[in-house]
Design a protein. Structure first.
Length: 166
């Protein structure tokens, strides 16, 4: 699939890196699934590629020397710098999943992911919390933290850079 993102998180520091890469990802409610028999939670998201946006800024300022080249994808054209990528996200060892402020029956609702955190309860057990704009939350109770994120295809131009009110 090219040089897309592929990360594994085994502790809260790793998860902080994953969270940065998933900030401003959009996901539909129907693209989130908890598989209790497998103790796995999976999600498909369209993540904003902050690394590409920063690289574009650096190149515009002439400071891009030594930066890793942007994956051009099959078209061979450079994306605008504001790009999204489809990503698969998985969490293993999940005992329970619960939501607040999210209607699971509204499968087409789009959520904007702001932050993913881990709070240990009885180490290595703990709670993973996905915080979405508008106040929605998804919480996973885990035996231990094991997560992965992987880009599933080439980038496509985004409509713009996400912004946040202070």
């Amino acid at each position: 699939m090219g040089s897309g993102l592929k990360l594994i998180a085994l502790d809260d520091e790793d998860l902080a890196v994953v969270s940065v890469h998933l900030q401003d990802a959009v996901v539909t409610v129907g693209d989130m699934t908890f598989k209790p028999a497998d103790r796995r939670f999976v999600m498909l998201a369209s993540r904003f590629d902050w690394e590409a946006a920063v690289q574009k800024e650096l190149l515009a300022e002439g400071a891009g020397a030594g930066s890793a080249p942007l994956d051009l994808g099959p078209s061979g054209k450079a994306p605008s710098g504001c790009v999204r990528r489809r990503a698969g996200i998985r969490f293993e060892h999940v005992l329970a999943a619960r939501v607040r402020g999210i209607d699971l029956k509204r499968k087409r609702d789009v959520l904007n992911l702001l932050l993913v955190t881990f709070e240990p309860t009885n180490s290595p057990s703990g709670t993973v919390t996905f915080t979405f704009s508008g106040g929605g939350q998804l919480q996973l109770t885990v035996d231990c933290l094991e997560a992965g994120v992987e880009d599933l295809g080439p980038a496509w131009d985004a409509r713009g850079t996400p912004c946040h009110d202070a």
